[in-house]
Design a protein around this ligand. Structure first.
Ligand SMILES: [Zn+2]
Length: 307
């Protein structure tokens, strides 16, 4: 599972000890929980879903309105839409409202799921009228209880039921999709596909002067590292990293932090960001040049990092 850019930006801010507003902290927590849940579901799919499913993840689309499917599993005549919730506590659906631990939730995602399945059915029917689209809402957290006073026309699956649910979908001798057919499906999906509309806001460029400079450990994220000619070793967890990797990682951190400023990754900025003594300017220039596209000339040169 690839982390989305907003989560990466918030996570980088936390690692680099940048103060987040309360709302950003909540957003980070919720994106992180979502990511953990989806990663877990991805692993289970890998393990228990039969090989004939073609699995897409994080499909953003616009069909009358903007929607996203955590997973879309595709077989010849069946599409399965999977939505993952990683809630810790009691989730209740009553009187057409969602509650988590007795607090009313803003987003009625249970209702939205029904709409999502209907709209994906319309999309699937552009490929073939014979495709059936079903949905499954997975409550993946082991500490989640689910109480519903309404019956939805998609499945509600709790963690201990998920493996059996996947096994039930297994078809004897099912074949993977033929490439030409898959191509046809992909074309239809692309027609409605959109970029994730939640893009992060970067730090203002003035903040570069005051942010914490130095190198973080890739494992425990502490700034307490020992730097030698070719290696960076964490004094706390003893994780070792090649210095070239540290340079690339620091450059990516810089890019995420100043998300709105695509020209932020210059040799000088990475040099300062890493604490001005972690690596020489010439080594940084060399490593960035080998890994990223160089844009501009002389003192305006920056490196393009696609994220
Ligand atoms: Zn460490």
């Amino acid at each position: 599972m690839q982390k989305n850019t907003e989560l990466m930006q918030l996570q980088t801010s936390v690692i680099r000890q940048i103060n987040l507003a309360e709302e950003q902290k909540r957003r980070y927590w919720s994106l992180k929980q979502g990511y953990i849940g989806e990663s877990e579901v991805a692993q289970w799919l890998e393990k228990y879903a039969d090989d004939s499913w073609h699995v897409l993840s994080d499909y953003w689309f616009n069909y009358k309105s903007t929607m996203q499917a955590d997973f879309l599993l595709i077989k010849e005549n069946h599409w399965l839409v999977i939505e993952v919730k990683n809630f810790d506590g009691t989730f209740e659906y009553r009187n057409h409202e969602c509650y988590i631990n007795a607090h009313l939730m803003e987003n009625n995602f249970m209702n939205a799921m029904a709409t999502k399945v209907r709209r994906l059915t319309r999309i699937a029917n552009e490929v073939s009228e014979n495709i059936k689209v079903t949905g499954a809402m997975i409550f993946i957290n082991e500490h989640c209880q689910v109480k519903l006073d309404y019956e939805f026309d998609y499945e509600i699956i709790q963690r201990n039921q998920f493996r059996n649910f996947l096994k039930k979908q297994t078809e004897f001798l099912a074949q993977p999709l033929l490439p030409a057919y898959l191509n046809r499906i992909q074309k239809v999906l692309n027609r409605y596909s959109i970029e994730n509309p939640f893009q992060p806001t970067g730090l203002p460029i003035e903040d570069f002067a005051t942010i914490h400079k130095g190198v973080t450990c890739p494992a425990c994220h502490r700034f307490d590292v020992e730097i030698t000619l070719r290696k960076v070793t964490c004094r706390h967890c003893h994780f070792k990293e090649a210095k070239s990797e540290t340079i690339l990682r620091s450059a990516r951190q810089l890019r995420y932090l100043f998300f709105d400023n695509s020209e932020i990754v210059t040799t000088e900025n990475v040099y300062q960001f890493m604490g001005a003594s972690a690596a020489s300017r010439s080594l940084i220039r060399d490593i960035l040049g080998k890994n990223f596209k160089k844009v501009g000339k002389t003192n305006k040169t920056y490196y393009e990092i696609e994220i």
